[in-house]
Design a protein around this ligand. Structure first.
Ligand SMILES: Cc1cc2nc3c(=O)[nH]c(=O)nc-3n(C[C@H](O)[C@H](O)[C@H](O)COP(=O)(O)OP(=O)(O)OC[C@H]3O[C@@H](n4cnc5c(N)ncnc54)[C@H](O)[C@@H]3O)c2cc1C
Length: 289
């Protein structure tokens, strides 16, 4: 039960939503409500105004632009993303991750914009968002602002998004030629959240050499991160079994891992190497297919 009173607004455009958000009272936007409503029920969030984004049609779209950029509206649900043909073909690691969020009900309501704005350290979609070098496009009182995924995740529930900004869309550059992606997750047995989730995106040349490797990791540190040492270790190799194991072994290098009831820091660091190996292997299989 939500015990504190609040007013409810349902704007039809993002400009209207930005204006309502900037009015000064303690307002919050709501998307799928699967993170915000539990917090409100616990009394941990007590917004005076809720601004429901669901009537803003443009925010639900998944589309491809002329230059191949795949644009996912902030209100696309995890289910929309997991089932979208273009996302499955071009951004397989994102489709995998969206398909592994929570359960069917959570995937049917929860949105990618909500997930990135909430920035739970154990959320899945930040990992592929980082690995695909996506851009988070926000709208605020001063207009549009693009934030590179690498600069966006700051800590648990902490991002580069300002309180008066709304995520409009997430923009994924078209992956080059022979690119494969995959997401491998060790899910918390009760909540389903990622104890460790690794997104690997690998591009190979015609001779089989790895041209580019990008590895995003969620669930392990306070903020999702890019495993740059592992990426460097894989790039330029033929991605044989030895190269993959050696690269995966570096996926937690330099990271301060979280420690909680689900997993100690040491165990999380071990899990990263195991799940990085699985994600890289599957990404390479897909790049070669
Ligand atoms: C039982 C359960 C299991 C779950 N399991 C998983 C899991 O395995 N993996 C996983 O990743 N997640 C999981 N989740 C979280 C789920 O994916 C949420 O849907 C997601 O984290 C938030 O999305 P939402 O659309 O529901 O956002 P909301 O709850 O509506 O909003 C969350 C926060 O983001 C803000 N916000 C929302 N949209 C925007 C926007 N466009 N711009 C700016 N701010 C915005 C809100 O103001 C609020 O602060 C689970 C949730 C539940 C209830």
């Amino acid at each position: 039960m939500i015990t504190h009173p609040f007013t409810y607004q349902a704007p039809a455009t993002i400009e209207e939503a930005v204006q309502q958000l900037g009015k000064g009272d303690d307002a919050k936007v709501i998307a799928g409500g699967h993170s915000l409503l539990p917090l409100m029920k616990l009394g941990l969030a007590q917004p005076e105004t809720l601004i429901d984004l669901r009537h803003i049609a443009s925010l639900h779209q998944i589309r491809t632009e002329a230059d191949g950029t795949i644009v996912i509206g902030a209100l696309a649900t995890h289910r929309d993303i997991a089932h979208d043909k273009t996302v499955r073909a071009k951004l397989a690691a994102l489709a995998d991750a969206a398909g592994e969020v929570g359960d069917l009900q959570v995937r049917a309501r929860g949105t990618i914009g909500g997930s990135l704005a909430h920035a739970d350290s154990a959320a899945d979609e930040p990992a592929p968002t980082l690995a695909y070098d996506a851009t988070i496009r926000a709208m605020g009182p001063a207009g549009r602002r693009d934030i590179a995924a690498r600069d966006y995740f700051k800590g648990t529930f902490e991002t580069a998004l300002a309180a008066n900004e709304i995520i409009a869309e997430i923009r994924f550059p078209a992956p080059a030629g022979r690119t494969g992606g995959a997401y491998a997750k060790f899910a918390h047995p009760a909540s389903g959240f990622a104890v460790t989730g690794v997104a690997a995106v690998v591009t190979i040349k015609s001779d089989g050499t790895v041209e580019r490797a990008a590895i995003g990791v969620a669930g392990v540190a306070a903020a999702a991160y890019r495993a740059t040492e592992a990426e460097r270790a894989l790039t330029g190799t033929k991605a044989d079994a030895k190269a993959i194991v050696e690269a995966a072994a570096k996926a937690a290098n330099g990271i301060t891992a979280l420690s909680d009831l689900a997993a100690s820091a040491e165990y999380r660091k071990h899990l990263v190497t195991v799940y990085a190996k699985r994600a890289i292997e599957r990404a390479i299989q897909r790049a070669r297919a």
